[in-house]
Ligand binder design. Structure first.
Ligand code: GLC
Length: 514
């Protein structure tokens, strides 16, 4: 287990203490007034999401919830809180410190379900975990026949929890389809109650591929939304929760400026482009950042040796030990190209299949870490067998190993067909592993071409030979030591922190609250 992650977990921070109100003490009213002003001035932001790092993570969404909330809360102007389901797989090391606040009941049409509420504070962010064992005491987060009902329960539970804890946010920021119903419940049911009437809804699309589509029959009977409101959610004769959230929210965003443009186009929109275009006036594209403390080669305890941009000796050790660990010949001058990815089509794996054997004619090593579709798992396992000593495929996901690969590789390949943002290219760059990406979504917004003085290698068309061309270009540059070390320096010093992006979110929130 990564020590930094542990530190994040135990680095419990208390909420600022408010002065106690002691009736009868002369100076008490003055103090009290000051405290009241500070608390009142803070804008209340609530994130609603299906996962949040470090508690539970299946992908980039969790990292963004964990790191963006922290970045916003760092700024004293916001009271940031996050609500997620209490899954069985939430890490025990955190769970044991959760505080049980009590329970409420959640109506889903004729159902009335128990909802326990747990609280935990970290990095100035207050987390709430919504508990119902029937829905969430199962392995993993998604992929059940009743996911629609599970996340409807969660979203309605979020609305009820606001009432239970007496926290009505200024902005309720929902992420992806699993949280979309919270925006719908707000605008179709709760906004008619006085405490909820000023809550503004923001919706962020992390990946437009997953929209939450269900049969229209369950709108009233399961989701508990009156048929009068069907126009909000109906699309293509189905319920489409993402569409519903886009219609209901005051503002919606996606995770890079380029992706915000792309999803207006049928090539990228998975059918939703007419809705995106119609609501374009309230769409923004804000690039994700990464947490520079969580991903820091100078302190990362998973690495064989730490290093920084000022002292790179450790990176060579990381490469050598990685090669040794994976039974690759220990060769400092052979470029190591790595991929850490879900093995699914939109990650551009067909391009890799097409030309990897041509690339392997050169003196390179190729490492792949990931799981996904069985056809790709089989392909990459077989490739490793055929090219043993040159190719290693690890069909699993292991965060510790991923960090060793980010540090030990020289080049990081990410040729996605579409990529809303992508975090791996940023993490790799921070670890001095130069990214090779296709110019799409957040890859285009974070990696700029070497030829134009940028921090990596890029190609435009979704074409295997264009990719091979830049892989070869990168290998050529790698062998020019001086040019290479300048490029590595550039990659490592690119600002991938949340600083400017968090400001864009702030602007969006404040714009809504005027
Ligand atoms: C999704 C997207 C990925 C993005 C992440 C966080 O996983 O596929 O590109 O980085 O969400 O926003």
């Amino acid at each position: 287990m990564n020590e930094n992650a542990k530190k994040r977990g135990t680095g419990k921070q208390e909420m600022p203490d408010l002065p106690a109100v002691e009736v009868g003490k002369a100076e008490a009213p003055v103090k009290e007034e000051k405290a009241a002003v500070t608390v009142e001035a803070k804008k209340k932001i609530l994130f609603v999401a299906s996962e949040a790092a470090p508690f539970i993570a299946t992908g980039g969404l969790a990292e963004v919830i964990g790191s963006l909330s922290k970045a916003l809360a760092h700024n004293d102007k916001y009271d940031v809180r996050v609500m997620i389901p209490l899954y069985q797989d939430i890490k025990k090391e955190y769970r044991k410190d959760f505080k049980f606040l009590g329970n409420t009941y959640v109506a889903l049409s004729w159902r009335n379900q128990y909802c326990g509420i747990f609280e935990y504070q970290q990095d100035n962010v207050t987390y709430y975990f919504l508990d119902n064992e029937y829905y969430f005491k199962r392995p993993g987060c998604y992929g059940y026949y009743d996911d629609g009902e599970r996340f409807a329960f969660f979203c309605r539970g979020v609305m009820e929890t606001m009432n239970f804890i007496g926290f009505y946010p200024d902005v309720m920021h929902c992420h992806d389809w699993q949280a979309a119903l919270a925006a719908l419940y707000l605008k179709t049911i709760y906004c008619f109650r006085p405490e909820y009437q000023f809550i503004r809804a923001v919706f962020t699309i992390h990946n437009i591929e997953y929209q939450g589509k269900y049969s229209l029959d369950i709108l009233e009977d399961l989701f508990g939304i009156s048929y009068h409101f069907r126009n909000l959610v109906e699309y293509d004769r189905c319920i489409n929760l993402m569409k519903g959230a886009i219609e209901c929210c005051e503002c919606f965003s996606t995770v890079s400026p380029t992706y915000a443009q792309e999803i207006k186009d049928p090539y990228y929109s998975h059918g939703l482009d007419p809705i995106i275009r119609r609501n374009e006036f309230k769409l923004r594209g804000i690039l994700n950042g990464i947490d520079p403390e969580y991903y820091d080669p100078a302190t990362d305890l998973s690495l064989f040796q730490n290093y920084s941009v000022d002292d790179m000796a450790g990176k060579a050790v990381c490469k050598e030990e990685l090669q040794r660990m994976l039974n690759l010949p220990v060769r400092p001058d052979t470029p190591v190209i790595a991929m850490i990815t879900r093995l699914v089509t939109h990650k551009g794996l067909d391009l890799v299949k097409e030309v990897i054997e041509q690339a392997l004619r050169q003196d390179i090593q190729f490492i792949l870490l990931g799981t996904g579709d069985s056809s790709y798992e089989t392909y990459f396992s077989d490739l490793a067998r055929r090219y043993s000593g040159k190719v290693v495929s690890i069909i699993s996901f292991n965060s510790d190993l991923s960090r060793k690969i980010y540090a030990g590789a020289d080049l990081f390949l990410m040729p996605s067909k579409s990529e809303p943002c992508g975090l791996s290219q940023m993490i790799a760059s921070r670890y001095g592993t130069v990214a090779i990406v296709r110019e799409t979504g957040g890859l285009k917004d974070s990696i700029t071409p070497f030829g134009a003085g940028g921090n990596g290698f890029t190609f435009h068309d979704y074409n295997a030979y264009d990719m091979l061309y830049v892989i070869n270009e990168a290998i050529g540059v790698y062998h020019n030591r001086e040019v290479w070390s300048n490029l590595v320096h550039k990659a490592m010093t690119t600002d991938f922190t949340w600083a400017s992006s968090a400001r864009c979110y702030e602007e969006m929130y404040l714009g809504l609250l005027k």
